[in-house]
Structure formats: C-alpha cells, structure tokens
Design a protein around this ligand. Structure first.
Ligand SMILES: [Cu+2]
Length: 147
C-alpha cells in the first residue's frame, strides 16, 4: 500500500516537474523468457537523464506448475545487490525500500504485466537489474546501459 502511494506520488512529481516541454519516455518491453527464470531482454540502452518506461510482462503460462513470480529491480550501485537480494528473498521476493535501488516494480504473477517509469541516471555506465523473487536473481538479470 505504501509502495503504491509512493509510486503514485513519484509519478505525480514526475509529471509536475515536466515543465513546458514534455519529453516522451522511451518504452522498453521486457518479459520473462517463457516460464524460465530469465528475462527476454538482458541489455538495453537509454540516454542519461532521459525518461524511461519499462513494461514488464510475466510470460509464464497460467497452467505452469509451481510458483513463478517476477519483478524488476534496478540498482544505483551494483555492490548493494547481494544484500538487497538476500533481504528480498526473506520477504517473499519483495525488496525493501532502499536508497541504493534506482527503481523497482511490484511482483507480478503468471500472465500479469506492470509498468515502471523513472528517470535514467545522469551518470553513464552499466546498471544491473535483477528479479528478486526467490532464487531468480542468479539467472534473471541484465544491464541497463546509460550513455
Ligand atoms: Cu523472476
């Protein structure tokens, strides 16, 4: 609930700060690779400081046996990833709020979709993203390249 409120608030601030020259967000579609613990996009490139919209889709079929939830968590600092992942796995796969996270989505179940919008870092570099659902981060990961 708090997360949702924060998301709505940040989207509002985002819009409010847009000023007179609205910039179209770059849309990046990322899905799970079928029912595997992998993303179908393991690298994408955005411009520093630009608006980015990620549409995340869980492509696991509804009749897939077993739990298969996914999210996407992008780190400001990759060195924080192991700790944040470990804490998330102890919390049903949902990461706690942490200032070292650039942006995170909610967990989505089979065939669900979610969207996150954020501003790309101003600092060029490689930003790790993972799924923090239990035992997924080892294989379900990629890099956002900021140029
Ligand atoms: Cu996952």
């Amino acid at each position: 609930m708090y997360n949702k409120l924060l998301l709505i608030l940040s989207v509002f601030i985002f819009i409010a700060c847009g000023g007179g020259a609205p910039q179209e967000a770059q849309v990046v579609n990322i899905g799970s690779l079928g029912s595997e613990m992998k993303y179908d996009v393991e690298e994408f490139t955005v411009k520093a400081g630009s608006k980015v919209k990620i549409v995340l889709k869980n492509n696991s079929p509804l009749d897939f046996m077993g739990e298969m939830q996914h999210n996407i968590v992008i780190f400001k600092d990759e060195s924080a990833a192991p700790q944040i992942i470990q804490l998330a796995e102890g919390n049903g796969g949902d990461p706690y709020d942490d200032s070292r996270i650039l942006v995170k989505s909610i967990l989505i179940d089979k065939q669900e979709e979610t969207t996150i919008e954020f501003e790309a870092p101003k600092k060029p570099g490689k930003y790790l993203y993972v799924c923090t659902y239990i035992a997924h981060a080892g294989s379900m990961r990629g890099y956002m390249i900021v140029e």
